[in-house]
Design a protein around this ligand. Structure first.
Ligand code: ZN
Length: 166
């Protein structure tokens, strides 16, 4: 399908603040935080309504996903070097080699990712948003979806994938 049109949403309210650290075998960043800014682009054809997709729906669903991350510490549940335990007293223990972090469970967002990089966070948001839009049948005229996640102004990771509409 030719994509003559695209819409792009990068509103002031599509942001979240979160703590994280990158860890892979042999390396760990110190715990720190970012004010992340998210952008959404949808490519597609013009529907009979004159839209590719409803801006309002994109903003609402993206905001709902970002609210789950906002003011949390993002821990990559599928990490290949962190040991993550949930204790009976409601604490999450995250171990890297000899280092141990303990967080109240409600302060942690356990994400189904391997590293909490902007790239993997962008892919996570893509999957969540794609699922939410598909469940509402909102992607009929869309041919691709792209998520950008900026950790700082002018420094963004982008995840883009085509959408198959049989
Ligand atoms: Zn960082």
């Amino acid at each position: 399908m030719a994509s003559e049109f695209s819409i792009h949403v990068a509103k002031e309210n599509l942001k979240f603040s979160a703590a994280h650290f990158i860890a892979y075998p042999g390396f760990r960043e110190p715990l720190h935080g970012h004010n992340y800014q998210v952008g959404v682009r949808v490519e597609g054809r013009l529907a009979g309504t004159g839209y590719v997709i409803d801006f309002g729906l994109i903003k609402k669903l993206t905001k709902e996903i970002l609210d789950r991350l906002d003011e949390h510490t993002i821990i990559p549940a599928d990490s290949d070097c962190l040991k993550i335990e949930r204790s009976t007293d409601g604490q999450i223990r995250v171990c890297y080699e000899r280092d141990v972090f303990t967080f109240p469970e409600a302060d942690v967002f356990l994400a189904p990712i391997v590293h909490s990089s902007a790239e993997e966070i962008a892919r996570y948001i893509w999957r969540e948003l794609h699922g939410a839009l598909a469940a509402r049948g909102a992607l009929a005229d869309a041919s691709a979806l792209e998520i950008s996640v900026a950790e700082a102004p002018g420094q963004a990771a982008i995840y883009r994938r085509e959408i198959s509409n049989p």
